[in-house]
Design a binder for this molecule. Structure first.
Ligand SMILES: Cc1cc2nc3c(=O)[nH]c(=O)nc-3n(C[C@H](O)[C@H](O)[C@H](O)COP(=O)(O)OP(=O)(O)OC[C@H]3O[C@@H](n4cnc5c(N)ncnc54)[C@H](O)[C@@H]3O)c2cc1C
Length: 464
Protein backbone atom coordinates (compact mmCIF):
# COMPACT_ATOMS: atom_id res chain seq x y z
CA UNK A 1 0.00 0.00 0.00
CA UNK A 2 1.16 3.54 -0.77
CA UNK A 3 2.32 5.64 2.16
CA UNK A 4 1.36 8.96 0.65
CA UNK A 5 -1.56 11.28 1.39
CA UNK A 6 -3.32 12.62 -1.71
CA UNK A 7 -5.09 15.94 -1.32
CA UNK A 8 -7.55 17.00 -4.02
CA UNK A 9 -7.49 20.80 -4.28
CA UNK A 10 -4.78 23.37 -3.55
CA UNK A 11 -6.80 26.11 -1.85
CA UNK A 12 -6.33 27.13 1.76
CA UNK A 13 -7.91 23.92 3.07
CA UNK A 14 -5.79 21.68 0.85
CA UNK A 15 -2.53 23.53 1.49
CA UNK A 16 -3.24 23.70 5.24
CA UNK A 17 -3.82 19.93 5.30
CA UNK A 18 -0.70 19.37 3.19
CA UNK A 19 1.64 21.44 5.34
CA UNK A 20 0.29 20.13 8.60
CA UNK A 21 0.66 16.56 7.30
CA UNK A 22 4.20 17.18 6.09
CA UNK A 23 5.03 18.77 9.44
CA UNK A 24 3.85 15.55 11.10
CA UNK A 25 6.13 13.46 8.91
CA UNK A 26 3.68 12.28 6.26
CA UNK A 27 4.36 12.11 2.52
CA UNK A 28 2.01 14.40 0.56
CA UNK A 29 0.92 15.10 -3.01
CA UNK A 30 -1.64 17.81 -3.78
CA UNK A 31 -3.59 17.55 -7.05
CA UNK A 32 -4.74 20.95 -8.26
CA UNK A 33 -6.82 21.38 -11.41
CA UNK A 34 -5.55 24.94 -12.02
CA UNK A 35 -2.42 25.00 -14.15
CA UNK A 36 -1.17 28.57 -13.61
CA UNK A 37 1.51 29.30 -11.02
CA UNK A 38 -1.05 31.41 -9.17
CA UNK A 39 -4.12 29.35 -10.14
CA UNK A 40 -7.45 30.91 -9.30
CA UNK A 41 -9.42 29.65 -6.30
CA UNK A 42 -11.66 31.24 -3.70
CA UNK A 43 -8.84 31.24 -1.17
CA UNK A 44 -6.61 33.35 -3.41
CA UNK A 45 -9.19 36.05 -4.11
CA UNK A 46 -10.79 36.17 -0.65
CA UNK A 47 -11.05 39.23 1.54
CA UNK A 48 -8.64 37.52 3.92
CA UNK A 49 -10.55 38.07 7.15
CA UNK A 50 -10.03 35.16 9.53
CA UNK A 51 -12.98 35.24 11.92
CA UNK A 52 -15.46 32.87 13.52
CA UNK A 53 -19.01 34.18 13.40
CA UNK A 54 -17.52 37.68 12.98
CA UNK A 55 -15.65 37.31 16.26
CA UNK A 56 -11.93 37.73 16.93
CA UNK A 57 -10.80 34.10 17.14
CA UNK A 58 -8.46 34.87 20.07
CA UNK A 59 -11.32 35.97 22.35
CA UNK A 60 -12.88 33.70 24.97
CA UNK A 61 -13.89 30.37 23.41
CA UNK A 62 -17.14 29.97 25.33
CA UNK A 63 -18.15 33.48 24.39
CA UNK A 64 -17.47 32.82 20.69
CA UNK A 65 -19.25 29.48 20.92
CA UNK A 66 -22.29 31.34 22.25
CA UNK A 67 -22.19 33.70 19.26
CA UNK A 68 -21.89 30.74 16.90
CA UNK A 69 -24.82 28.85 18.37
CA UNK A 70 -26.88 32.06 18.44
CA UNK A 71 -26.51 32.16 14.67
CA UNK A 72 -26.80 28.48 13.82
CA UNK A 73 -29.49 27.31 16.22
CA UNK A 74 -29.75 23.54 16.67
CA UNK A 75 -29.71 21.51 13.49
CA UNK A 76 -27.70 18.81 11.68
CA UNK A 77 -26.45 21.24 9.04
CA UNK A 78 -24.36 23.06 11.63
CA UNK A 79 -23.70 20.35 14.23
CA UNK A 80 -19.89 20.93 14.12
CA UNK A 81 -19.93 24.74 13.99
CA UNK A 82 -18.72 24.95 17.61
CA UNK A 83 -15.46 23.29 16.55
CA UNK A 84 -14.52 26.47 14.73
CA UNK A 85 -14.91 28.43 17.98
CA UNK A 86 -12.78 25.85 19.82
CA UNK A 87 -10.06 25.70 17.20
CA UNK A 88 -10.02 29.20 15.70
CA UNK A 89 -7.18 30.50 17.86
CA UNK A 90 -4.99 27.43 17.29
CA UNK A 91 -5.63 27.66 13.53
CA UNK A 92 -4.62 31.32 13.51
CA UNK A 93 -1.48 30.61 15.53
CA UNK A 94 -0.55 27.72 13.22
CA UNK A 95 -0.94 29.70 10.01
CA UNK A 96 1.05 32.57 11.49
CA UNK A 97 3.83 30.09 12.28
CA UNK A 98 3.66 29.08 8.62
CA UNK A 99 4.48 32.69 7.77
CA UNK A 100 1.05 34.23 7.09
CA UNK A 101 1.01 37.92 8.02
CA UNK A 102 -1.99 39.75 9.46
CA UNK A 103 -3.07 43.28 10.24
CA UNK A 104 -5.96 44.83 12.10
CA UNK A 105 -8.10 46.19 9.29
CA UNK A 106 -10.80 48.24 10.98
CA UNK A 107 -12.64 49.02 14.17
CA UNK A 108 -15.07 46.11 14.16
CA UNK A 109 -14.08 42.98 16.06
CA UNK A 110 -14.25 40.76 12.96
CA UNK A 111 -11.61 42.89 11.25
CA UNK A 112 -8.93 42.05 13.83
CA UNK A 113 -7.15 39.41 11.73
CA UNK A 114 -6.91 40.32 8.05
CA UNK A 115 -4.26 38.72 5.87
CA UNK A 116 -1.72 41.36 4.90
CA UNK A 117 -1.54 43.30 2.76
CA UNK A 118 -5.33 43.74 2.67
CA UNK A 119 -7.33 44.27 -0.51
CA UNK A 120 -7.89 47.92 -1.39
CA UNK A 121 -11.27 49.41 -0.59
CA UNK A 122 -12.30 49.36 -4.24
CA UNK A 123 -15.04 47.87 -6.38
CA UNK A 124 -14.41 44.65 -8.30
CA UNK A 125 -11.69 42.08 -7.70
CA UNK A 126 -8.37 43.01 -6.14
CA UNK A 127 -6.32 39.92 -5.34
CA UNK A 128 -2.86 39.90 -6.87
CA UNK A 129 -0.25 40.44 -4.16
CA UNK A 130 -2.95 40.82 -1.52
CA UNK A 131 -2.92 38.88 1.75
CA UNK A 132 -4.68 35.68 0.70
CA UNK A 133 -2.57 35.41 -2.49
CA UNK A 134 0.61 35.97 -0.47
CA UNK A 135 -0.50 33.38 2.09
CA UNK A 136 -1.16 30.74 -0.58
CA UNK A 137 2.26 31.40 -2.12
CA UNK A 138 3.84 31.03 1.32
CA UNK A 139 2.04 27.73 1.94
CA UNK A 140 3.07 26.47 -1.51
CA UNK A 141 6.72 27.36 -0.84
CA UNK A 142 6.55 25.68 2.57
CA UNK A 143 5.10 22.54 1.01
CA UNK A 144 7.90 22.36 -1.55
CA UNK A 145 10.60 23.06 1.06
CA UNK A 146 9.22 20.20 3.16
CA UNK A 147 9.44 17.80 0.24
CA UNK A 148 5.74 17.73 -0.68
CA UNK A 149 4.49 17.80 -4.26
CA UNK A 150 1.93 20.16 -5.79
CA UNK A 151 0.82 18.86 -9.19
CA UNK A 152 -0.89 21.68 -11.07
CA UNK A 153 -3.21 20.96 -13.98
CA UNK A 154 -4.29 17.58 -12.54
CA UNK A 155 -7.96 17.01 -11.80
CA UNK A 156 -9.16 14.31 -9.43
CA UNK A 157 -12.16 12.46 -10.85
CA UNK A 158 -12.82 9.19 -9.02
CA UNK A 159 -11.81 7.38 -5.87
CA UNK A 160 -10.21 3.94 -5.90
CA UNK A 161 -11.96 1.77 -3.33
CA UNK A 162 -10.75 -1.65 -2.22
CA UNK A 163 -12.52 -3.71 0.42
CA UNK A 164 -14.46 -0.62 1.53
CA UNK A 165 -11.30 1.46 2.00
CA UNK A 166 -10.31 4.41 -0.16
CA UNK A 167 -6.87 3.55 -1.56
CA UNK A 168 -6.31 6.19 -4.21
CA UNK A 169 -7.55 8.61 -6.84
CA UNK A 170 -8.11 8.36 -10.58
CA UNK A 171 -7.49 11.60 -12.45
CA UNK A 172 -9.56 12.74 -15.39
CA UNK A 173 -6.59 11.83 -17.60
CA UNK A 174 -7.02 8.25 -16.35
CA UNK A 175 -3.93 8.15 -14.12
CA UNK A 176 -4.29 5.95 -11.04
CA UNK A 177 -2.53 7.31 -7.96
CA UNK A 178 -2.32 5.09 -4.89
CA UNK A 179 -2.78 6.66 -1.46
CA UNK A 180 -2.79 5.77 2.19
CA UNK A 181 -5.45 8.47 2.69
CA UNK A 182 -7.31 10.92 0.44
CA UNK A 183 -8.38 14.40 1.56
CA UNK A 184 -11.04 16.07 -0.58
CA UNK A 185 -10.54 19.86 -0.51
CA UNK A 186 -11.95 20.95 -3.84
CA UNK A 187 -13.93 23.94 -2.59
CA UNK A 188 -17.64 23.09 -3.02
CA UNK A 189 -20.12 22.81 -5.91
CA UNK A 190 -21.14 26.44 -6.56
CA UNK A 191 -19.89 26.40 -10.17
CA UNK A 192 -21.78 23.25 -11.15
CA UNK A 193 -25.19 24.39 -12.48
CA UNK A 194 -26.73 20.91 -12.31
CA UNK A 195 -25.87 20.53 -8.63
CA UNK A 196 -26.92 24.11 -7.84
CA UNK A 197 -30.25 23.39 -9.55
CA UNK A 198 -30.64 20.16 -7.60
CA UNK A 199 -29.96 21.67 -4.19
CA UNK A 200 -30.19 25.47 -4.21
CA UNK A 201 -32.00 27.35 -6.97
CA UNK A 202 -34.46 26.52 -9.76
CA UNK A 203 -32.51 28.76 -12.15
CA UNK A 204 -28.73 28.63 -11.47
CA UNK A 205 -28.02 30.69 -14.58
CA UNK A 206 -29.72 33.59 -12.80
CA UNK A 207 -27.22 33.50 -9.92
CA UNK A 208 -23.87 35.16 -10.39
CA UNK A 209 -20.64 33.41 -9.44
CA UNK A 210 -19.22 35.62 -6.72
CA UNK A 211 -15.94 33.77 -6.55
CA UNK A 212 -13.31 31.94 -8.56
CA UNK A 213 -15.88 29.62 -10.20
CA UNK A 214 -13.58 26.64 -9.61
CA UNK A 215 -15.80 24.48 -7.38
CA UNK A 216 -17.61 21.93 -9.56
CA UNK A 217 -18.53 19.45 -6.84
CA UNK A 218 -16.21 16.72 -8.16
CA UNK A 219 -15.08 15.80 -4.66
CA UNK A 220 -18.58 15.63 -3.31
CA UNK A 221 -19.70 13.40 -6.18
CA UNK A 222 -16.70 11.09 -5.66
CA UNK A 223 -17.42 10.87 -1.97
CA UNK A 224 -21.11 10.27 -2.57
CA UNK A 225 -20.26 7.43 -4.95
CA UNK A 226 -18.15 5.95 -2.13
CA UNK A 227 -21.19 6.03 0.17
CA UNK A 228 -20.53 9.35 1.94
CA UNK A 229 -23.37 11.14 3.69
CA UNK A 230 -24.03 14.71 2.53
CA UNK A 231 -25.35 17.39 4.85
CA UNK A 232 -26.78 20.92 4.66
CA UNK A 233 -26.83 21.01 0.88
CA UNK A 234 -29.37 23.79 0.37
CA UNK A 235 -27.39 26.80 1.64
CA UNK A 236 -24.52 28.86 0.31
CA UNK A 237 -22.31 31.71 1.41
CA UNK A 238 -22.77 34.74 -0.81
CA UNK A 239 -24.09 38.28 -0.90
CA UNK A 240 -26.58 40.45 -2.71
CA UNK A 241 -25.08 42.19 -5.73
CA UNK A 242 -26.53 44.65 -8.22
CA UNK A 243 -27.94 42.82 -11.25
CA UNK A 244 -25.61 44.82 -13.46
CA UNK A 245 -22.79 42.63 -12.08
CA UNK A 246 -23.70 40.17 -14.86
CA UNK A 247 -22.36 42.67 -17.42
CA UNK A 248 -19.99 44.78 -15.33
CA UNK A 249 -17.03 43.04 -13.64
CA UNK A 250 -16.48 46.09 -11.45
CA UNK A 251 -19.68 45.21 -9.57
CA UNK A 252 -18.51 41.88 -8.13
CA UNK A 253 -17.41 40.63 -5.65
CA UNK A 254 -17.70 44.13 -4.16
CA UNK A 255 -19.54 46.36 -3.41
CA UNK A 256 -22.33 44.33 -1.82
CA UNK A 257 -25.92 45.54 -1.42
CA UNK A 258 -26.41 43.81 1.96
CA UNK A 259 -26.14 46.85 4.28
CA UNK A 260 -28.80 48.71 2.30
CA UNK A 261 -31.18 45.77 1.97
CA UNK A 262 -30.94 44.80 5.64
CA UNK A 263 -31.70 48.38 6.69
CA UNK A 264 -34.71 48.55 4.34
CA UNK A 265 -36.76 46.08 2.29
CA UNK A 266 -36.55 43.68 -0.63
CA UNK A 267 -39.60 43.33 -2.87
CA UNK A 268 -40.50 40.86 -5.62
CA UNK A 269 -42.29 41.51 -8.91
CA UNK A 270 -45.63 41.82 -7.12
CA UNK A 271 -44.23 44.70 -5.04
CA UNK A 272 -44.37 42.62 -1.84
CA UNK A 273 -41.73 41.74 0.70
CA UNK A 274 -40.83 38.05 0.60
CA UNK A 275 -38.10 37.54 3.20
CA UNK A 276 -36.79 38.60 6.61
CA UNK A 277 -34.28 41.27 5.60
CA UNK A 278 -33.09 41.54 9.20
CA UNK A 279 -31.34 38.16 8.96
CA UNK A 280 -28.69 39.73 6.76
CA UNK A 281 -27.22 39.56 3.30
CA UNK A 282 -26.12 35.91 3.27
CA UNK A 283 -29.63 34.82 4.26
CA UNK A 284 -31.26 37.18 1.75
CA UNK A 285 -29.01 35.97 -1.08
CA UNK A 286 -30.17 32.42 -0.32
CA UNK A 287 -33.83 33.47 -0.33
CA UNK A 288 -33.41 35.38 -3.61
CA UNK A 289 -31.79 32.31 -5.18
CA UNK A 290 -34.83 30.22 -4.22
CA UNK A 291 -37.35 32.49 -5.96
CA UNK A 292 -39.06 31.11 -9.07
CA UNK A 293 -37.30 33.99 -10.79
CA UNK A 294 -34.10 34.86 -8.90
CA UNK A 295 -33.85 38.13 -10.84
CA UNK A 296 -37.19 39.39 -9.53
CA UNK A 297 -35.89 41.06 -6.37
CA UNK A 298 -35.28 44.76 -5.82
CA UNK A 299 -33.94 46.64 -2.80
CA UNK A 300 -36.10 49.67 -1.94
CA UNK A 301 -34.66 52.36 0.33
CA UNK A 302 -34.70 56.05 0.94
CA UNK A 303 -32.34 59.00 0.95
CA UNK A 304 -31.59 58.62 4.66
CA UNK A 305 -30.28 55.08 4.11
CA UNK A 306 -28.35 56.12 0.99
CA UNK A 307 -26.55 58.94 2.77
CA UNK A 308 -26.39 57.02 6.07
CA UNK A 309 -25.49 53.33 6.23
CA UNK A 310 -24.70 53.13 2.49
CA UNK A 311 -22.10 55.87 2.90
CA UNK A 312 -20.60 54.51 6.12
CA UNK A 313 -16.98 53.91 5.20
CA UNK A 314 -16.43 51.54 8.09
CA UNK A 315 -17.94 48.90 5.78
CA UNK A 316 -15.49 48.95 2.86
CA UNK A 317 -15.96 49.51 0.01
CA UNK A 318 -19.08 51.50 0.89
CA UNK A 319 -21.92 51.51 -1.63
CA UNK A 320 -22.22 55.27 -1.74
CA UNK A 321 -20.29 56.41 -3.77
CA UNK A 322 -18.42 53.27 -4.92
CA UNK A 323 -21.39 51.56 -6.62
CA UNK A 324 -22.15 54.43 -9.00
CA UNK A 325 -18.47 55.20 -9.57
CA UNK A 326 -18.08 51.60 -10.72
CA UNK A 327 -20.89 52.01 -13.25
CA UNK A 328 -23.85 50.79 -11.17
CA UNK A 329 -27.22 52.50 -11.51
CA UNK A 330 -29.27 53.52 -8.49
CA UNK A 331 -32.83 54.15 -9.69
CA UNK A 332 -34.52 57.09 -8.02
CA UNK A 333 -37.80 58.99 -8.06
CA UNK A 334 -39.39 61.71 -5.97
CA UNK A 335 -42.23 59.37 -4.99
CA UNK A 336 -42.92 55.65 -4.68
CA UNK A 337 -45.24 55.59 -7.70
CA UNK A 338 -42.43 56.87 -9.89
CA UNK A 339 -40.05 54.27 -8.47
CA UNK A 340 -42.62 51.48 -9.00
CA UNK A 341 -42.91 52.43 -12.68
CA UNK A 342 -39.15 52.24 -13.12
CA UNK A 343 -38.80 48.80 -11.57
CA UNK A 344 -41.97 47.39 -13.15
CA UNK A 345 -44.03 46.59 -10.04
CA UNK A 346 -47.65 47.67 -9.37
CA UNK A 347 -47.57 51.15 -7.78
CA UNK A 348 -50.42 50.44 -5.36
CA UNK A 349 -48.74 47.27 -4.12
CA UNK A 350 -45.39 48.97 -3.52
CA UNK A 351 -47.14 51.83 -1.76
CA UNK A 352 -48.99 49.36 0.50
CA UNK A 353 -45.83 47.38 1.26
CA UNK A 354 -43.84 50.47 2.21
CA UNK A 355 -46.69 51.94 4.28
CA UNK A 356 -47.17 48.70 6.22
CA UNK A 357 -43.44 48.49 6.84
CA UNK A 358 -43.18 52.12 7.99
CA UNK A 359 -46.25 51.76 10.23
CA UNK A 360 -44.79 48.61 11.82
CA UNK A 361 -41.58 50.48 12.64
CA UNK A 362 -43.54 53.37 14.15
CA UNK A 363 -45.62 51.03 16.31
CA UNK A 364 -42.67 48.81 17.22
CA UNK A 365 -44.29 45.76 15.63
CA UNK A 366 -41.98 44.78 12.78
CA UNK A 367 -41.91 41.21 14.03
CA UNK A 368 -45.62 40.91 13.22
CA UNK A 369 -45.11 41.88 9.60
CA UNK A 370 -45.62 39.11 7.08
CA UNK A 371 -42.99 37.86 6.46
CA UNK A 372 -41.74 38.76 9.93
CA UNK A 373 -38.89 41.22 10.11
CA UNK A 374 -36.26 40.55 12.80
CA UNK A 375 -34.15 43.35 14.25
CA UNK A 376 -31.61 41.58 16.47
CA UNK A 377 -28.96 41.75 13.73
CA UNK A 378 -30.01 44.80 11.70
CA UNK A 379 -32.19 47.75 12.59
CA UNK A 380 -35.21 48.37 10.33
CA UNK A 381 -35.10 51.94 9.04
CA UNK A 382 -38.20 53.68 7.67
CA UNK A 383 -38.58 54.51 4.00
CA UNK A 384 -39.83 58.07 4.26
CA UNK A 385 -37.26 60.54 2.92
CA UNK A 386 -37.20 61.24 -0.81
CA UNK A 387 -35.82 60.75 -3.28
CA UNK A 388 -36.81 57.09 -3.03
CA UNK A 389 -34.31 54.67 -4.44
CA UNK A 390 -34.09 51.15 -5.83
CA UNK A 391 -31.45 48.67 -6.94
CA UNK A 392 -32.47 45.43 -8.71
CA UNK A 393 -30.42 42.73 -6.99
CA UNK A 394 -29.16 39.24 -7.70
CA UNK A 395 -27.74 36.47 -5.56
CA UNK A 396 -23.95 36.22 -5.75
CA UNK A 397 -22.89 32.67 -4.86
CA UNK A 398 -19.40 32.37 -3.38
CA UNK A 399 -19.26 28.86 -1.94
CA UNK A 400 -21.70 26.15 -0.98
CA UNK A 401 -22.06 25.59 2.77
CA UNK A 402 -23.19 21.99 2.57
CA UNK A 403 -21.22 18.97 1.45
CA UNK A 404 -19.47 15.84 2.67
CA UNK A 405 -20.45 14.97 6.25
CA UNK A 406 -17.30 14.61 8.37
CA UNK A 407 -16.64 14.00 12.03
CA UNK A 408 -14.57 16.37 14.16
CA UNK A 409 -11.40 14.78 12.79
CA UNK A 410 -12.26 15.25 9.15
CA UNK A 411 -13.21 11.62 8.49
CA UNK A 412 -15.91 11.29 5.83
CA UNK A 413 -19.01 9.69 7.27
CA UNK A 414 -20.82 6.82 5.53
CA UNK A 415 -24.55 7.31 5.03
CA UNK A 416 -25.09 3.96 6.79
CA UNK A 417 -23.06 5.15 9.77
CA UNK A 418 -19.37 5.11 10.69
CA UNK A 419 -16.42 6.53 8.80
CA UNK A 420 -15.27 5.63 5.29
CA UNK A 421 -11.76 4.27 5.79
CA UNK A 422 -9.10 6.38 4.12
CA UNK A 423 -11.38 9.29 3.16
CA UNK A 424 -11.25 12.80 4.64
CA UNK A 425 -12.61 16.19 3.62
CA UNK A 426 -11.77 19.80 4.44
CA UNK A 427 -12.83 23.38 3.67
CA UNK A 428 -15.81 24.21 1.49
CA UNK A 429 -16.21 20.62 0.33
CA UNK A 430 -17.53 19.71 3.80
CA UNK A 431 -20.94 20.12 5.39
CA UNK A 432 -21.87 20.37 9.05
CA UNK A 433 -20.44 23.79 9.94
CA UNK A 434 -22.57 26.44 8.26
CA UNK A 435 -26.05 26.95 6.83
CA UNK A 436 -29.29 25.65 8.30
CA UNK A 437 -32.53 27.66 8.53
CA UNK A 438 -30.70 31.00 9.07
CA UNK A 439 -28.06 30.32 6.39
CA UNK A 440 -25.58 30.90 9.20
CA UNK A 441 -22.19 32.05 7.91
CA UNK A 442 -19.45 31.21 10.41
CA UNK A 443 -16.28 31.75 8.37
CA UNK A 444 -14.89 30.21 5.18
CA UNK A 445 -11.20 30.79 5.88
CA UNK A 446 -11.31 29.64 9.50
CA UNK A 447 -13.20 26.54 8.37
CA UNK A 448 -10.58 25.84 5.69
CA UNK A 449 -7.63 26.08 8.13
CA UNK A 450 -9.29 24.24 11.03
CA UNK A 451 -10.61 21.34 8.96
CA UNK A 452 -7.42 21.10 6.87
CA UNK A 453 -5.23 20.99 9.95
CA UNK A 454 -7.43 18.50 11.76
CA UNK A 455 -7.70 16.11 8.80
CA UNK A 456 -3.89 15.99 8.62
CA UNK A 457 -3.59 15.41 12.38
CA UNK A 458 -6.16 12.67 12.22
CA UNK A 459 -4.35 10.88 9.37
CA UNK A 460 -1.10 11.14 11.33
CA UNK A 461 -2.82 9.73 14.40
CA UNK A 462 -2.25 12.98 16.25
CA UNK A 463 -5.80 14.29 16.68
CA UNK A 464 -6.00 17.15 19.17
C1 LIG B 1 -14.43 37.44 -2.99
C2 LIG B 1 -14.34 36.51 -1.81
C3 LIG B 1 -14.14 37.03 -0.55
C4 LIG B 1 -14.05 36.18 0.55
N1 LIG B 1 -13.73 36.71 1.75
C5 LIG B 1 -13.61 35.91 2.82
C6 LIG B 1 -13.17 36.43 4.06
O1 LIG B 1 -12.77 37.60 4.18
N2 LIG B 1 -13.17 35.61 5.14
C7 LIG B 1 -13.56 34.30 5.05
O2 LIG B 1 -13.57 33.60 6.07
N3 LIG B 1 -13.91 33.75 3.87
C8 LIG B 1 -13.92 34.52 2.74
N4 LIG B 1 -14.22 33.97 1.53
C9 LIG B 1 -14.48 32.52 1.46
C10 LIG B 1 -13.15 31.73 1.42
O3 LIG B 1 -12.37 32.22 0.38
C11 LIG B 1 -13.40 30.24 1.24
O4 LIG B 1 -14.31 29.78 2.18
C12 LIG B 1 -12.12 29.42 1.38
O5 LIG B 1 -11.07 30.02 0.70
C13 LIG B 1 -12.33 28.00 0.88
O6 LIG B 1 -11.11 27.32 0.82
P1 LIG B 1 -11.06 25.89 0.13
O7 LIG B 1 -9.63 25.49 0.13
O8 LIG B 1 -12.05 24.99 0.75
O9 LIG B 1 -11.57 26.12 -1.37
P2 LIG B 1 -10.87 26.86 -2.59
O10 LIG B 1 -10.07 28.00 -2.18
O11 LIG B 1 -11.95 27.08 -3.59
O12 LIG B 1 -9.87 25.77 -3.17
C14 LIG B 1 -10.30 24.61 -3.82
C15 LIG B 1 -9.27 24.22 -4.88
O13 LIG B 1 -9.60 22.96 -5.41
C16 LIG B 1 -9.35 22.96 -6.81
N5 LIG B 1 -10.16 21.91 -7.42
C17 LIG B 1 -11.51 21.90 -7.61
N6 LIG B 1 -11.88 20.73 -8.16
C18 LIG B 1 -10.77 19.98 -8.29
C19 LIG B 1 -10.51 18.66 -8.78
N7 LIG B 1 -11.49 17.87 -9.24
N8 LIG B 1 -9.22 18.22 -8.80
C20 LIG B 1 -8.20 19.00 -8.38
N9 LIG B 1 -8.40 20.27 -7.90
C21 LIG B 1 -9.66 20.73 -7.85
C22 LIG B 1 -9.75 24.36 -7.22
O14 LIG B 1 -9.15 24.70 -8.47
C23 LIG B 1 -9.23 25.19 -6.05
O15 LIG B 1 -7.90 25.60 -6.27
C24 LIG B 1 -14.24 34.78 0.40
C25 LIG B 1 -14.44 34.26 -0.88
C26 LIG B 1 -14.46 35.11 -1.98
C27 LIG B 1 -14.60 34.53 -3.36
Amino acid sequence: MSDQVIIIGGGLAGLSAANRALGLGLKVTVLEQGSDADYFCNSRIAGGIVHVAFRDVTKDVEDIRGTVSGQTGENDATAHAGLLAEEGARALAWIREEGAKFIKGGQFEFMRWIMAPPRRRTAGLDWKGRGPDVTLRRLTANLEERGGTLRRGVRGKELIIEDGKVTGVITDAGERIAAHAVVIADGGFQANPDLVRKYISPLPEKLIQRGAGTGFGAGMLMAEAAGAALVGMDRFYGHLLGQQAFENDQLWPYPIIDPIAQASILVDKSGSRFTDEGLGGVYMANEVAKLDDPLAATAIFDEAVWTGIAADNRYPPCMNPVFEQAGGTVLQAPDLAGLAAQIGVPADALDRTVNEYNAAITSGAVSSLSPARSTHRAEAQPITTGPFRAIPVCAGITYTMGGIAIDRDGKAQHRDGGAIAGLYAAGSSTGGFEGGPNAAYIGGLSKAIVTGMRAAESIAGKSE
